[in-house]
Design a protein around this ligand. Structure first.
Ligand SMILES: [Zn+2]
Ligand SMILES: [Zn+2]
Length: 299
């Protein structure tokens, strides 16, 4: 999903560096001696140092996302190994913690009632369609038009990186930045809204967790033995290697079946941007450029 910051947003971050001279750390370094000399102890300067600003919160969240390389999902060959890899990667535990926090906020509002069960069942029915729409319109958003550009910045670029190298664990999971922001909103909702709305927030979190785990498992070398999982596995691989406009469901094929995006592979042309097609084109170009066969294989 969204895995690394979009280039377009990385650039503004870099451009903002000069402005960072006004951040507490940069300005504090220059201003500390005169402040200590002229202000009485315990006044504004120490208080300002104690107060965690948005910059320090951002740094704390960034520390949750340890940089890679984290290897390839293709190295994982068994289900227990997949579970260990999922839990030892820095990103999924953040999501698990976030879902737990939302669930705790909801449970503090009272016991599960019949209305919550109905709400959870409705969420379960909606999940394939929500997932389909998020994948189609947000993850595959492309620059152009205000909505496309915003979607590309939020998640499209990260998903594009995932499509370029599908098994790469550096770009596989939901990022802590989005997870913690979503969790903060969901905990607030669960704490103040009617309990049934809190139940929806929990279901959204569980849906995201199911997506992250299933998507990771599909990209491992764990061969599907169950018919349902085999269908998901096959569909997502077609999504990557044949045409990204189809097979958009990850945890369920229901939305693809009902919305006509689950044809047989042969019914759909290979898209020019499908991972396999792009790689084949790059290898053909490398061969045409006279590269050695070893270099072509590495392309
Ligand atoms: Zn994928
Ligand atoms: Zn995709």
């Amino acid at each position: 999903m969204a895995d690394v910051a979009p280039r377009a947003s990385a650039a503004p971050g870099a451009a903002a560096t000069p402005g960072a001279a006004a951040t507490p750390r940069a300005s504090g370094a220059a201003a500390t001696p005169p402040v200590r000399r002229w202000l009485p102890a315990g006044s504004a300067a120490p208080a300002a140092r104690r107060r965690p600003g948005p910059g320090s919160l951002g740094r704390a969240v960034a520390r949750l996302d340890r940089p890679g390389p984290h290897g390839s999902a293709a190295e994982v060959r068994t289900l227990p190994a997949a579970l260990r890899r999922f839990l030892s990667h820095p990103r999924p535990p953040v999501l698990i913690g976030a879902v737990s926090a939302v669930a705790a906020a909801r449970s503090a509002r009272g016991p599960i009632r019949r209305r919550d069960v109905g709400t959870a069942a409705a969420c379960l029915c909606a999940q394939p369609f929500v997932e389909w729409a998020v994948h189609r319109f947000l993850l595959h958003a492309r620059p152009g038009g205000p909505l496309g550009s915003v979607g590309y910045q939020l998640a499209g670029f990260g998903h594009e990186l995932h499509h370029r190298d599908p098994a790469n664990l550096d770009t596989m999971f939901l990022r802590p930045r989005e997870v913690t922001a979503g969790a903060a909103a969901a905990v607030t909702v669960a704490a103040v809204a009617p309990p049934a709305v809190g139940t929806v927030a929990v279901c959204v979190g569980l849906g995201a967790l199911a997506y992250d785990w299933t998507h990771f498992l599909i990209h491992t070398s764990v061969r599907p033995s169950h018919r349902y999982y085999r269908r998901l596995w096959h569909g997502h691989r077609l999504h990557h290697y044949r045409n990204e406009r189809y097979w958009l469901g990850v945890t369920s094929p229901v939305a693809d079946i009902m919305l006509g995006t689950s044809p047989t592979g042969a019914e759909v042309p290979v898209s020019p941007t499908a991972t396999g097609a792009a790689r084949a084109a790059a290898r053909a170009a490398a061969r045409a450029a006279g590269e050695t066969e070893e270099a072509v294989r590495r392309t």
